[in-house]
Unconditional design. Sequence first.
Length: 297
Amino acid sequence: MYYTKDSIIYHNGTYMHPESAAGNMYSQALHYGNGVFEGIRAYKTKFGTKIFKAREHYERLQYGAEVMGIPFNYSIEELVNITYKLLEKNNLQDAYIRPILTTGANMSLLTSDESFLTIQCWEWGKYMGDKLLKVKTSRFERPNPKSCFVEAKVTGHYTNSILSTNEAKNAGYDEALLLDMNGNVAECSGANVFMEKDGKLYTPKRGHIMAGITRSTIIEICKEEGFSVEETEFTLAELKQADSAFFTGTAAEVVGLASLDAYTFPLSWESSLGYKLMKIYKQEVLCERAKKLSKAG
């Protein structure tokens, strides 16, 4: 589903078919999960193909490489240009883009002094679909921020997401919600969470979460549209008293929640702020949004 006989990827300076790419069986990324990646989307707009917040995504890739000690041998401008060229070679406009920076052969626990860049792209619908989600609170927690850099998209970190997703899916749910080490709501297995209560939005503050680029975009839109939004800690019990809730992420975009464990969110999705933001976000990424002056302080 990710590539065809005509697909092209960028791999270590060369555009090639995915099956022509080779990896090292002694890579630290394979053995220890020491690699960093990004998830980016491109959209077909009236102005042509537009990669949404390409610079911000590649800056985060660079941040992840820096904190993990992985050599980063490209400028942000180079990466953006390579990605547009890759989309053109694949004849794609609406696409999901996956850059990944892997590490060289090194069986020690000191970061390898080699790195290899691969960028892939393919057509991919909304990761969590369009229907409202039935969500389960996971028994797995988000990693302690003192144990790693939680805002770096390190490949090895996502075993936490796999565990929580497997648990939720095997129990008959659509997605998992994870708490942090203090029992506060953190995020979904692969997206950030917002809740609506009495006409105001709340989202977990930075510290224990992967503070997503879609999350920051939604916060920016709220301020521009005059929607009240607060970054703060809140408990699972407080989330289960919310009127509505939704997830945000590059792959998921904006998707509403139907229920959390045995709790059903009472406000209809079409009447919620999340639904309005889903529509505005789509206008934003398609370059169709007429922005308002900020109404919030």
